[in-house]
Design a protein around this ligand. Structure first.
Ligand code: SF4
Ligand code: FES
Length: 240
């Protein structure tokens, strides 16, 4: 067991109330999420944070840990190499209470890229098979695992200054749909992506999103890929 000082942000009704530090004992394999539960269980039952799966699948536990957006359930306290763990809400999102944020702005942007699948042949009864060996599957292999945690949204320096910017996850989602040979909704997505104020052109290629994504998605690569496709000034070519 090791002792940690867990310094957590306190917020109530959207008003910051500073930080409070609690002393917590953790075993070596325990996570920052375990530390948050210990604060709530042993010190203050009103302390508020979000989580669901506890195994890195649902994306709900993303918070700022020692200044970096990360999943609390996938971050071992011992890996931080510090006796103090500072936990704050994800940046760029409104705080509901303590370290829990509202994901509404994230999903508002997500909706703007027409994220759902729009089949070319909705009446067809045929299976629309995309072979694993196809260019689409090869090119998007490392980009399909988003769990909508919002870590990239919180880490994005452009998002910090522009509420209109779509953000990396929504852009990556648009890329997946645009490249899918079974999908047909090109125009509404291109309209959202080609916006000077909100679309891909706002990205300054800072790589913050790529650095924090817990699923290892190369978001900057997705954004650059789309910029190149647009500069060709040709209709978006589906990958076979
Ligand atoms: S792209 Fe990565 S960091 Fe961004 S929401 Fe998805 S899983 Fe989280
Ligand atoms: S609790 Fe689900 S990802 Fe952490």
């Amino acid at each position: 067991m090791s002792s940690y000082g867990v310094r957590v942000a306190r917020n109530q009704g959207g008003i910051g109330r500073g930080y409070q530090t609690f002393s917590v004992e953790l075993e070596d394999r325990m996570t920052v999420l375990d530390a948050l539960f210990a604060v709530q269980r042993d010190h203050d039952p009103s302390f508020t944070f979000r989580c669901a799966c506890r195994v890195g699948m649902c994306g709900t536990c993303a918070v700022s840990i020692n200044g970096i957006p990360r999943l609390a359930c996938r971050t071992r306290a011992s890996s931080l190499g510090a006796p103090e763990i500072v936990v704050a809400p994800l940046p760029n999102l409104p705080v509901l209470k303590d370290v829990a944020v509202s994901m509404e702005p994230f999903f508002e942007q997500w909706k703007r890229v027409t994220p759902g699948f729009r089949p070319k042949h909705p009446e067809s009864k045929e299976l629309a098979i995309v072979p694993a060996s196809s260019q689409y599957m090869r090119m998007t292999g490392g980009k399909r695992d988003c769990i909508t945690c919002g870590a990239c949204f919180g880490a994005c320096g452009v998002k910090a200054t522009s509420g209109e910017y779509l953000g990396p996850a929504a852009i990556n989602r648009a890329l997946l749909r645009l490249a899918d040979p079974r999908d047909e909704a090109v125009a509404p997505r291109m309209k959202a992506l080609d916006s000077e104020r909100a679309g891909v052109w706002r990205c300054h290629t800072q790589f913050n999103c790529t650095a924090v994504c817990p699923k290892g998605i190369s978001l900057t690569d997705s954004i650059v890929w789309l910029k190149r496709a647009m500069l060709r000034r040709a209709p978006f070519e589906k990958l076979p």
